[in-house]
Design a protein around this ligand. Structure first.
Ligand code: MG
Length: 158
């Protein structure tokens, strides 16, 4: 049996914060603002897993009203969702994702993100796709006010 899930996320870009995407530190003059470490890609993927299982969203499981999730490493959320998925007998078949960020170019970081996500998702790196786009100068991404991520995931139960 297969289940499909979709997730997306957006975070404000500000000075003086780190920029972490897919668990990888990105060298950037602007970083992502958020309650946790604001890793938009990891949040989108976590939401995609929860969505595939129809278990609500990341905010339901990790409320930003709770102090204990402040500055939390987003891989904690991801590993929790992977645990729920395994409890229900599913494994990830493949994942595709896109990060929208005006600067810097993410190409040098893509394979490191794929590897760190593959380890957390317990699959081969070849099953994890991470793509990157700019905002072409348009809207919040293009104006360097935001980073956005979208992810779609296929789960399979054996
Ligand atoms: Mg988020």
């Amino acid at each position: 049996m297969f289940r499909i899930g979709f997730g997306n996320d957006i975070h404000l870009l500000v000075k003086g914060k780190p920029l972490i995407l897919g668990g990888v530190d990105i060298e950037s003059d602007l970083g992502a603002e958020g309650h946790s470490d604001a890793d938009a890609l990891t949040h989108a993927i976590t939401d995609a897993i929860l969505g595939a299982l129809a278990l609500g969203d990341i905010g339901k499981h990790f409320s930003d009203a709770e102090e204990r999730w402040k500055n939390a490493e987003s891989f904690v959320f991801l590993r929790y969702a992977v645990g729920l998925m395994k409890e229900k007998g599913f494994a990830v078949e493949n994942i595709d994702s896109t990060i929208s960020l005006e600067k810097p170019k993410l190409r040098p970081y893509i394979d490191a993100m794929r590897e760190s996500l593959a380890v957390a998702l317990e699959i081969e790196q070849s099953c994890v796709s991470v793509k990157a786009k700019t905002g072409e100068g348009l809207e919040a991404v293009g104006e360097r006010r935001a980073v956005r991520a979208e992810a779609i995931i296929l789960l399979k139960r054996n």
